[in-house]
Design a protein around this ligand. Sequence first.
Ligand SMILES: NC(=O)c1ccc[n+]([C@@H]2O[C@H](COP(=O)([O-])OP(=O)(O)OC[C@H]3O[C@@H](n4cnc5c(N)ncnc54)[C@H](OP(=O)(O)O)[C@@H]3O)[C@@H](O)[C@H]2O)c1
Length: 321
Amino acid sequence: MIKTKAAVIKEAGGPEKFIYEDVATPEVKEGWSLVKVKCFGINHSEIFTRKGLSPSVKFPRILGIECVGVINKTTDSDRLPVGQKVVSIMGEMGRAFDGSYAEYALLPNKQLYPIETDLDWATLAALPETYYTAFGSMLNLKIAKDDKVLVRAGTSGVGVAFVKLLKAKYPDIYVAGSSRSLKKEKQMLDVGYDEAIIDQDGELQTDKKFDKILELIGPKTIKNSFKHLIEGGIVCSTGQLGNQWYLDKFDPIIDIAANSYLTSFYSGNVNEEKINHMLDYVKKYDADAKPERVFDLKHVADAHRYLENSKSFGKVVVVED
Ligand SMILES: NC(=O)c1ccc[n+]([C@@H]2O[C@H](COP(=O)([O-])OP(=O)(O)OC[C@H]3O[C@@H](n4cnc5c(N)ncnc54)[C@H](OP(=O)(O)O)[C@@H]3O)[C@@H](O)[C@H]2O)c1
């Protein structure tokens, strides 16, 4: 039997539950192709799943909701020839079926997106989920160059990707980022934020108001975000870092204040064209997409530990070559 290295979760728990071992390399089946995984990003949602907080996910499971790699065995040689560079995200990978924390992943053709790029693998790996989410949120916020923008949870992977994408196109745009402490202020200023604002127990410690707010803490802090929105502004609620999924006692007439707008972005809304639109943007504006930290597959548990640690910052990826 041909083997592939993988980091497998057999039961829910902490990062120590990752077992790095040889598993059988999956056989291709109709409508699915085998990808040699080159690199993948680590996502907050995978931490939830590892902890057993994704009820639909059954263990043992190889986690990983995204990857970049090359087609190794194909069932669609026209669109996905062997050797083709591809991106894959979402569509239940790493949840209903095994995902990217492995040397090889068997993935449905319909969620394999061919890409043409000369970016290095580690940079490319930061893009599919995190940059795609930041990019989609940016579009939904309908950013104009004179907007004053706030990223709530500015130190998160999506937050850092957002500010880098925005500053690449509009170097002079004002972007503030919030964090629960000022410990990461220097890193925040270094990646492009103009100011770090403390977010204490769900309340922004400032009187400032913004035209656009990327809300990554989510339902827990949306009401407070609207208090910091200029009339006619937009809040895009894309994350749930506050561990609250639903709005509680939210009166849309009162709480979506001052003729403003509430929108969201979901990365499951993805196709080849949308992924390549984002890659074109990164190339056109020479956006910095370098990950903050790079691990290898054997140390995927350390990558999770780092992301869960209060010192974590920006995008974390795992390189396999
Ligand atoms: N809508 C979509 O399709 C989509 C796609 C991708 C990601 N997301 C969501 O976007 C969010 C960001 O994802 P990510 O992978 O970029 O996250 P991440 O990098 O893991 O975020 C880590 C940061 O979150 C902050 N944080 C952690 N726990 C928090 C809490 N209880 N309250 C407030 N802040 C907290 C910390 O900032 P400080 O310590 O500096 O405060 C930490 O630096 C997540 O909720 C994720 O599920 C959504």
